[in-house]
Ligand binder design. Structure first.
Ligand SMILES: Cc1cc2nc3c(=O)[nH]c(=O)nc-3n(C[C@H](O)[C@H](O)[C@H](O)COP(=O)(O)O)c2cc1C
Length: 271
């Protein structure tokens, strides 16, 4: 039996995990390619199943959509969702090639039953509960779901495929459409739709804040905390490039003011 003191950090495994995590990319453009075996999709779903969750509640159902007809139907729902978003949230940068989702070889729809938040801490005193615990229960639920979807995306990357994370399923109209299409009751909300496919191009690097500014050792480095001005600047000048561009293209764009036409028109990787 090994004693803990003899245990060694596995730097090799750590590095390959960081390589995997940093190579995961949202690619919103798929080559309509070969379908993958069901076992591969099941393995990817299995990685999602192993995610941590508050109180081990596992509030998710992972619906693997791989029947080509069904994939097209789900893709159409998401294309309508994107149309509504483009109409209602003017200024939010969007990809014009809305129908890229139709080229998915499969879609992972993560349905969540929020009633599972009742399994997280609830104070006996209801006033205290409202002030201290209620909001955090929904945080716990959402971050649990995030962990599951992250696992799905990492496993997809490990398989040599790519994915994106579409959050529009949580919007009421889209949730209803997907519930009806995939046979889930109104209690289950599709918080995450993950199209899976063969990347049309090599996944570029995407901008991340530098590690020296993001990681705080033992206490906050105040100078590195972003403030309201940074948020306003991100909204006005950076967001549309930071979402879709590779890191170099993004840096070039944020150094100059955008032209009017660029505000709404963003092509994934092409601007
Ligand atoms: C909770 C969440 C919701 C997201 N929703 C969408 C979405 O609806 N549509 C989309 O194209 N990308 C969506 N994304 C992907 C992000 O835009 C993307 O992760 C981010 O720009 C960083 O790029 P990268 O994933 O290539 O590293 C979402 C990501 C997360 C974590």
């Amino acid at each position: 039996m090994k004693f803990l003191s003899q245990a060694k950090v596995n730097n090799k495994k750590l590095q390959s995990f960081v390589d995997l995590a940093s190579s995961r990319r949202s690619v919103r453009s798929f080559n309509p390619g070969q379908r993958v075996p069901k076992e591969t999709l099941e393995k990817i779903a299995d990685a999602g199943r192993w995610a941590p969750s508050g109180a081990n509640s596992q509030p998710w159902e992972i619906c693997v959509v791989e029947d080509p007809e069904r994939v097209r139907e789900v893709a159409s729902v998401m294309a309508s969702q994107a149309d509504r978003l483009n109409e209602h949230c003017k200024g939010f940068p969007h990809v014009h090639k809305k129908h890229w989702v139709h080229d998915s070889i499969a879609l992972l729809a993560v349905f969540v039953d929020p009633r599972w938040a009742a399994t997280y801490p609830v104070a006996l005193d209801s006033d205290l509960d409202r002030v201290e615990y209620e909001e955090n229960r929904s945080n716990i639920l959402l971050v649990s779901v995030g962990a599951a979807i992250q696992n799905l995306q990492l496993a997809t990357t490990a398989a040599g495929l790519t994915s994106a994370w579409l959050s529009g399923g949580g919007e009421p109209q889209t949730a209803r459409d997907l519930q009806e299409l995939l046979g889930f009751p109104a209690t289950h909300i599709p918080y995450g739709i993950v199209p899976v496919g063969w990347p049309r191009r090599k996944a570029e690097s995407r901008w991340r804040r530098p590690i020296s500014e993001t990681v705080h050792w033992n206490r906050a480095v105040e100078a590195n905390l972003r403030n309201q001005h940074d948020i306003d600047h991100y909204l006005a000048k950076e967001r549309r490039h930071s979402i879709y561009k590779d890191a170099t293209a993004r840096d070039q764009h944020v150094e100059r003011a955008p032209t009017a036409g660029e505000i709404d028109a963003v092509e994934d990787g092409n601007l």
